[in-house]
Design a protein around this ligand. Structure first.
Ligand SMILES: [Zn+2]
Length: 361
């Protein structure tokens, strides 16, 4: 995990000089509003100005950024002459920022974008402002891929941010619903990391601790009264879970969730949360020893209890038709993530997970 993590209140202003070796001009990639409201953009600009570094703010990143969005943003970064990228925001701006770092550094045709064959990327700093996808410490940039009708990952060691700044102060204005969805995404990363063929003692210890910390905040998440300390714990847990998936990747849960996001516009974290317990139930049946060891490490009581716990946070479930379940199951059954699962479900089992997790109509 080659990204440096600098954490704590005020860390960007206190460590402003860390930006200095990265370049002369920054492309500051962010969404339309939140970075300006939560103080993160002002802190980054303060640091860059203190160093005498130029910058151009590119604040048009949409949620679930498309390939088009990434190319447009990269063209703007390139024409500005930026030689490094600072990405600020939730998972969407961070992933868009990574794509910009790649696309501004070299000419890549669209058919080469997900190829994994890249020469170089601009140095990147990541500032998460939600307790997030963990993108600040991963080599993945997830983009909406209209050609494949799903979300696809650009994966390259070049995409690890040079520095991740973690300041929970920026999470104060996150809406309650977003706080719930992002926490559930991070929990899913931790648990899926433990269900990966690449799981090991080190990733499991990070994952187990992250899962415990996240579940400990469920009451406050539901009541909408997270404390400053609670937000910080969630931020650190989501970064730890990001370190896990940087090593293990995700499993069938994420592959299934991408269809819910692409076709039904269901938030990414919510999509995983809807599916996670039903997949764990299957793991309990197929590999009880694995399920037992995960519950012992994380303190989770079991799939049925997790379903109840997540159900209170997720409330009313969306409906899926038979045709939708058929389409999403066949897409997930042919996804790369299948090979990453210690318990690899058949297409029928995947369809059953959809049926039991959402309202099948
Ligand atoms: Zn995720």
């Amino acid at each position: 995990m080659p990204s440096r993590v600098i954490a704590g209140g005020g860390c960007i202003r206190r460590h402003a000089r860390e930006f200095l070796p990265l370049g002369k001009k920054a492309a500051v990639v962010t969404g339309t509003r939140s970075a300006a409201q939560n103080g993160s953009l002002a802190d980054v600009i303060f640091a860059l100005e203190a160093n005498g570094q130029e910058y151009r703010v590119l604040d048009k990143v949409m949620s679930n950024p498309t390939v088009d969005c990434a190319y447009e943003c990269a063209a703007a970064a390139k024409s500005s002459g930026a030689d490094f990228v600072v990405a600020i925001g939730g998972g969407s701006p961070l992933d868009a920022g990574k794509a910009v770092a790649l696309l501004a550094a070299q000419d890549l045709k669209r058919e080469e974008l997900f190829s994994g064959r890249y020469k170089t990327a601009l140095p990147l700093v990541a500032v998460p402002t939600t307790a997030n996808t963990g993108s600040e410490v991963t080599q993945y940039a997830i983009l909406t891929n209209d050609e494949q009708e799903t979300k696809s990952a650009i994966t390259s060691p070049l995409l690890f941010p040079k520095i991740a700044f973690l300041d929970a102060e920026y999470l104060k204005l996150v809406p309650a619903r977003t706080a719930v969805n992002t926490a559930i995404d991070a929990l899913s990363h931790a648990v899926e990391g433990m269900l990966s063929v690449r799981a090991n003692m080190m990733t499991d210890s990070l994952a187990a601790n992250a899962a415990r910390e996240i579940v400990a905040q469920f009451g406050a998440l539901q009541a909408g009264n997270l404390t400053d300390a609670g937000r910080e714990r969630l931020l650190y847990a989501s970064t730890a879970a990001g370190m896990v998936i940087a090593n293990t990747g995700t499993t069938i849960v994420h592959a299934m969730g991408y269809s819910l996001t692409y076709y039904k516009n269901i938030d990414h974290g919510r999509a995983n949360g809807l599916l996670l317990a039903a997949y764990l139930k299957l793991v309990e049946q197929k590999n009880p020893a694995l399920a037992k060891s995960i519950y012992a490490k994380t303190g989770l009581a079991g799939a049925t209890e997790l379903k109840k716990l997540l159900g209170t946070l997720l409330k009313d479930k969306e409906s899926l038709s038979k045709a939708e379940i058929e389409l999403y199951a066949s897409k997930a059954a042919t996804s790369k993530n299948i090979a990453n699962c210690l318990v690899a479900p058949s297409k029928d089992k995947i369809a059953k997970i959809f049926t039991t997790s959402l309202n099948a109509v």
